[in-house]
Ligand binder design. Sequence first.
Ligand code: ADP
Ligand code: ZN
Length: 738
Amino acid sequence: PARPEAARETASLLSEPARVAVLLPLPLGELYEYAVPEGMEPPAPGTICSVPLGKRFLPGVVWDRPEGLPEIAASRLKPLAALYPVPPMAAPLRKLIDWVAAYTLSPPGAVLRMGLSVPDALEEPASLSRVRLSRLGGEGAMTAARKKVLAVLEEEADAMAPADLARAAGVSPSVVAGLVKTGWLEPLTLSADTGDAPDYQWREAEFSGDQQAAADHLGGQVRAGGFAVTLLDGVTGSGKTEVYFAAIAAALAAGKQALVLLPEIALSTQWLHRFRKRFGAEPLVWHSHLTPAARRKSWRRVALGQAPVVVGARSALFLPLQNLGLIVVDEEHEASFKQEDGVLYNARDMAVVRARLEQIPILLASATPSLETVANVEAGRFHCTALPERHGVAALPEIAAIDLRRSPPPRGAFLSIPLRDAITETLAKGEQAMLFLNRRGYAPLTLCRTCGFRFECPHCSAWLVEHRGRGRLLCHHCGHSQPVPHACPSCGTEDALVPCGPGVERVAEEAAALFPDARLAIMASDLLSSADAMKKLITEVQDRQIDLLVGTQMMAKGHHFPHLTLVGIVDADLGLAGGDLRAGERTFQVLHQVAGRAGRAEHPGRVLMQTLQPEHPVIAALLAGDRDRFLAAEMADRRAHGMPPFGRLAAIILSAPSPELAEQSARRLARLAPTDPDVTILGPAPAPLSMLRGMYRWRFLIKTPREKLPQPLLRAWLARADLPKTVKLAVDIDPYSF
Ligand code: ADP
Ligand code: ZN
């Protein structure tokens, strides 16, 4: 008997056009179907094509046809418009897109949009198209203008850009276009518009024993291929970067590509400089601040296989690398790998998924690994290779607390006497000092001394933060900004407004008054308008043109300042308040990173932490330099409460334009909640930021055991929710903070 699918194939060959399923980069759930135009081979999955949708044309990707996709009538099928001259999207990347969509409960098209983020990169750039004489001749009348064009080309004996050709022949560009249409000229497709791949010359570092062992382990994994996850666990300054550079070199030597994900702020000139030093050429850089032209060019280079090493922020994960041999996620514990709008995904976790789909090794590097990663190492799912010592003569800094209960700063000030003395000593030795406070602006709260009025954001449940440099009050959540008035808006009293608490600008003001001879700079994202400004400041610090640096967590990461020997932490307790699951972990990580900036060369470093609670487990662990004790305590706590990494968490955030609608909708959703003995549903309750950008927010937290994925239950629950259109639901799987 004939195979049914063969019969169907024959039937469709006879009667109907072939059809393909296409995924469009839109936040839609479904695949679209298109007819393959007559005479075209049905394009393979992954082919990038242009398709009509309504009145416009969109790029899309031919997708594997899922089981049970309902077929639409052939008569209603529109044809594919064109195929783009770029290599198809490879199967592992397509699978990753489907995987991320299913895991985050996002429409696959919304995930594809991150991978197809530069639609105009799909076209050959117009300035690079060329035409040459067709050997077969053409049709149609030969006018004088046309003759001139052909004469120029004959003389040139080479292909020319249409615009140049028209100019040289003194005719309008339409004449050249006409000659192409009638066949006298033939268009030439140049794919070399992006230039050649860089020529990397690997210059090996001289490794210590531990470094060599780690590099050998990773190099072996890269050469063997296959999926494996390794934590590169090394103290700050131990040479993690140098070691993973060696693993990248191993991938290149094997003819493979490498992808490095870095937190955005760490994508610094220093990193690139070190890369250039080892490899003799630049990697391809990818992040959200590239100009449109640079994005376009970079995307094409990647798609055309001209980028052996790509380094980027989280969105680089979705670049169409075809021949990956290694993924590195540096500072794997960083919060900025979690995307907090649109598709809510953690690029570190999804990088592990991509590595599995690509069947390649992946390396997670950190001095303060996340609890998730530590748990994976302990369970034997991840390998671990350690670098316990700093490179060269540099020793780890000494960390001490300044107990603010015993040494409070003078009234109205934020720097205690012991910290001031330490700064004085450091500067006297000609060394640099750094003051860390993880809060932008001048003061986190402004209030009226007369009536108690406090400035609050009109759109968010948050105080406005004064930014004195700009003379404005800003909302750090929605960007709302207003001038600082002279009189209180509530009682009208003049000059009664007072700043409460410190931000970096205020600490810098105090430091400038105390150390008038020191050259001082502030490092905070809002004060460094561009990557160039940041670059300039880092160079100034390296060249010792700055003595005292005051900054936010922007300066915590990756920087290597050899003359910096004192780090003062203005408020070590800042991140510990509040009920956030990760408050302790995050505070430990950031303070440890900041501390790691001190004493990275021959001069020993010192760290002073101002705190009101030196006995707090996080502060005590930092003081004892005992990361593992902190991890063990935190791990035990999480295990006892079934919290991640020992259980799974998801959040549903419901937002509505009015408080009543938000609450009613949350209660309605609560009545539909699934009952499952394994699943704990907390809430609904007003979300921590109960108003954000004018929307009122309620939240559910869903807790499941590790073995039970919450997605099926959430999908079923939300499918039953029948809420007004103005009510928005967002699902956050593995929420980072709450
Ligand atoms: P980490 O990433 O662990 O903080 P880095 O890779 O930044 O450490 O190394 C710290 C400093 O030591 C850098 O300036 C780096 O170039 C240098 N370094 C580390 N290992 C070596 C080595 N084997 N040879 C030469 N310099 C090294
Ligand atoms: Zn706001």
